[in-house]
Write a protein that binds this ligand. Sequence first.
Ligand code: RET
Length: 286
Amino acid sequence: MSQAFDAVMQVSQTDLFRHVLNDPVIGSSIWVNIGVAGLTLLFFAFLGRNVEDPRGQLIIVSAMFVSAVSIVSYSGLASGLTIGILEMPNGHALEGATTTLSHSGQTVEGTVSLWGRYLTWAFSTPFILLSLGLIAGSNLTKIFTAIIFDVGIMITGLAAALTTSSHMMRWFWYAISCAFFLVVVYILLVQWPEDAKAAGTSDIFSTLKLLTVVLWFGYTVWWALGNEGTGVIASSGITSWGYSAFDLVAKYFFSFLVINYVVNNTDRVSGGAEYGATSEAIPADD
Ligand code: RET
């Protein structure tokens, strides 16, 4: 009787908050990143403190914002606000799966989805691309194109994760997301390297490009393997740690490389003191 009651129990936000806090694997995958994001943000502010060039500052602020969004993203997950327990549709590997809440021992139907990640990637990854596009010296059209398709990747990825009506529709969303991803890959591998050559930033751009393309494919494959995809990795904790590990390199190490480059090569990325000015006057630099 009590078993049957547990299985249909509604899971509250408080339950999810406590579940995360008490599950060492999911919990650490979230809380570690809040700490690292905060520390990197302070470190980056320190590192970039003497850059006065407006275009250089724009690249630095853009890279720093990735860490700022990360704190928000992981706080959403830690608080249980952007987590759900989803019952997967017929045909999904985790159809009929149950989750035992770590704080109460109660068993509920469904698998844990950390869907807030996909939502917040829509706000963090555009700034990765903005800093890359600016370093490559690309034009507004290409930067805009990369960013809107990138937002498209994340929102359709969110749709794939949240769809519970049909197994096929989950993968249909996934396919749309991958199509958008190919547009971004094309810009990264074909368009921006040429721009970077012209801008004299090929050396750093090649490193950042490689890091980005390899890791972003990593996220894509990980989704397909994880508890929301084929379920080859059925544990939501391990799935979450995969993304958290990718994040350490794709966000913080990436931003470090960007900011460190700008600090040491400000003249290469400079657009002059009037860059972006909105009137004849040159704005004060502090
Ligand atoms: C999803 C699933 C649907 C198909 C594709 C995906 C790609 C995700 C990527 C994420 C990159 C995230 C980063 C986060 C750092 O803040 C949504 C997993 C193509 C490329 C860099």
